[in-house]
Design a protein around this ligand. Structure first.
Ligand code: HMG
Length: 464
């Protein structure tokens, strides 16, 4: 049975920090952000927004666009790592907001949980809900999976230049117009790690940036190895002796903590896949140097990172590799379109991969490509850490949705923050009623109780 993504919508908050303003305030070369990280703007939440508002705004948009009523929705899953309650799931806040529009109790029949595993949990939620449909449990209802996050790092930390915020919602059905997931090939890897984590009570994560970059690539590579085996067992694709699985993915969407990470991670996977193929000889000739090997090839990530000679040579090798015509062809044809939105919005944690998927569809369609039947591979990563590799095929009905996509108008008009405003918002110095932009037509946070009996209770309003 087909099961997959029928429609996708995004909600991006109405404020942003421009990368050039960030660079000048922090005394950085703006080219580092623009080219080194691929960050042009970072979306920021207003004083009257939290991750539940972002999620509810995205859900309302997709329901209204498809003329859906709550009875059409059988499951509502929320995936986030920006949770503000240890017990009450973000789903209930989202349902509470939606019921302000659709009426009290209208979602009562609907099931769902909040899922957490850093940035990868949305992919697990999609997988579980796809299988709910495949199991024949959906009774013609949709599952609605919303991924919503505020990527916020400490002021003056290394991660501060990779912030962002927003939500992506996907409707899943057994007759998906956009993408049907390939069955029996979804693959995972998991390992107890401390590359990035946010202990209880802390608003911002503790991050080991360079370590996290390397771990991301290694974990996705591991999941890809399993994916290759499953593809063989399922008889989905015959790769052939001189081919790689990546040749059979028309597009590759990667988790994007910043857009340049997509390019780095794809280069890592392509190197790994091409190394043993005849084509690698020509690539090495063009690169003009041997592929470097760490002093201790079986060492830990720490020992590889500490091998500065290797790291320097490897950086140079990667730079030359990504400049080769062979890699450029893969990059331009399979990845580049998925990076456009990330540059304008920043890291959305759980939502980053799916913002990239939406970006891929829109900008490939704008190039005039017929997407029907194209296979999209996904490389999902969450710190802590787990990766997931899976794939799907674009369906016949895609054009009805994709032809209407327009990122700029979907983001809407945004207000560029001054540096002082950014710092005030970052340090939570503004109350909801002091919000900087107009939240008309949106759910907004009105207040959070502080009294002993109801401390932490949140109140929202629909500004219809
Ligand atoms: P950094 O120390 O500033 O990095 O931190 P850098 O000095 O290596 O510079 C980054 C790139 O800019 C390099 O290019 C430099 O060469 C280049 P690369 O070697 O990567 O190709 N550069 C310049 N280019 C042009 N002109 C210049 C210039 N200067 C430097 N003047 C880092 C970067 C991403 C580590 C930091 O921002 C950070 O810690 N971010 C947060 C953690 C993160 O995003 N990690 C990504 C992997 S883990 C993940 O994705 C999971 C996550 O989403 C969380 C979750 O799962 O929940 C984060």
């Amino acid at each position: 049975m087909a099961a997959g993504i029928d429609d996708i919508a995004i909600y991006i908050p109405r404020l942003y920090l421009d990368a050039s303003d960030f660079a000048s305030a922090r005394g950085l070369d703006p080219v580092k952000l623009e080219k080194g990280l691929g960050v042009s703007q970072m979306a920021m939440v207003d004083a009257d927004q939290d991750p539940a508002c972002l999620a509810a705004n995205a859900c309302l948009k997709i329901m209204q666009r498809n003329n859906l009523s709550p009875s059409d929705i059988g499951r509502l899953y929320v995936s986030t790592e920006s949770s503000f309650d240890e017990s009450k799931a973000m789903n209930s806040y989202v349902v509470g907001m939606l019921e302000q529009v659709y009426g009290p109790g209208t979602f009562e029949h609907c099931g769902g949980v909040e899922t957490k595993f850093a940035c990868v949990s949305g992919s697990y939620a999609l997988y579980d809900n796809t299988n709910w449909i495949r199991a024949g449990e959906s009774e013609d209802q949709y599952a609605m999976v919303v991924v919503s996050d505020i990527a916020k790092y400490d002021l003056e930390s290394g991660g501060e230049m990779t912030q962002g915020a927003g939500a992506v919602v996907m409707l899943l059905s057994d007759e998906p117009r956009l993408l049907s997931f390939d069955p029996r090939v979804t693959s995972t890897s998991i390992k107890d790690e401390y590359d990035f984590y946010r202990p209880f009570g802390k608003e911002t994560p503790i991050v080991h940036g360079e370590y996290s970059n390397m771990l991301y690539m290694m974990q996705v590579k591991k999941a890809l190895e399993t994916y290759k085996k499953k593809v063989r067992t399922a008889g989905l694709i015959d790769v052939g002796p001189e081919g790689t699985i990546l040749d059979h993915m028309d597009y590759i969407n990667m988790h994007l903590p910043y857009s340049k990470m997509g390019k780095k991670a794809l280069a890592y996977l392509v190197r790994h896949e091409w190394r043993h193929l005849p084509r690698w000889r020509e690539v090495l000739r063009d690169i003009g140097m041997e592929e470097p090997v760490p002093k201790d090839p079986r060492g830990t990530i720490e020992s590889v990172l500490a091998d500065r000679d290797f790291m320097q040579k490897d950086k140079e090798f990667t730079r030359r590799f990504t400049d080769t015509a062979q890699y450029q062809e893969v990059y331009e044809s399979k990845l580049a379109s998925s990076l456009v939105a990330s540059r304008m919005i920043g890291n959305l944690y759980t939502a980053s991969l799916y913002l990239g998927f939406r970006s891929c569809l829109e900008f490939e369609h704008k190039k005039g490509v017929d997407l029907e039947g194209r296979r999209i591979g996904f490389g999902s990563y969450g710190s802590g850490s787990s990766a997931m590799v899976f794939s799907g095929v674009v369906q016949r009905g895609y054009e009805e949705i994709v032809k209407k996509m327009d990122l700029e108008s979907e983001i809407g008009s945004r207000r560029r923050l001054t540096w002082d405003e950014y710092v005030q918002l970052h340090e939570n110095q503004l109350r909801p009623e002091e919000s900087l932009a107009d939240g008309r037509g949106e759910f907004v946070l009105v207040g959070i109780n502080t009294d002993k009996e109801s401390s932490g209770e949140r109140h929202y309003r629909y500004n219809g």
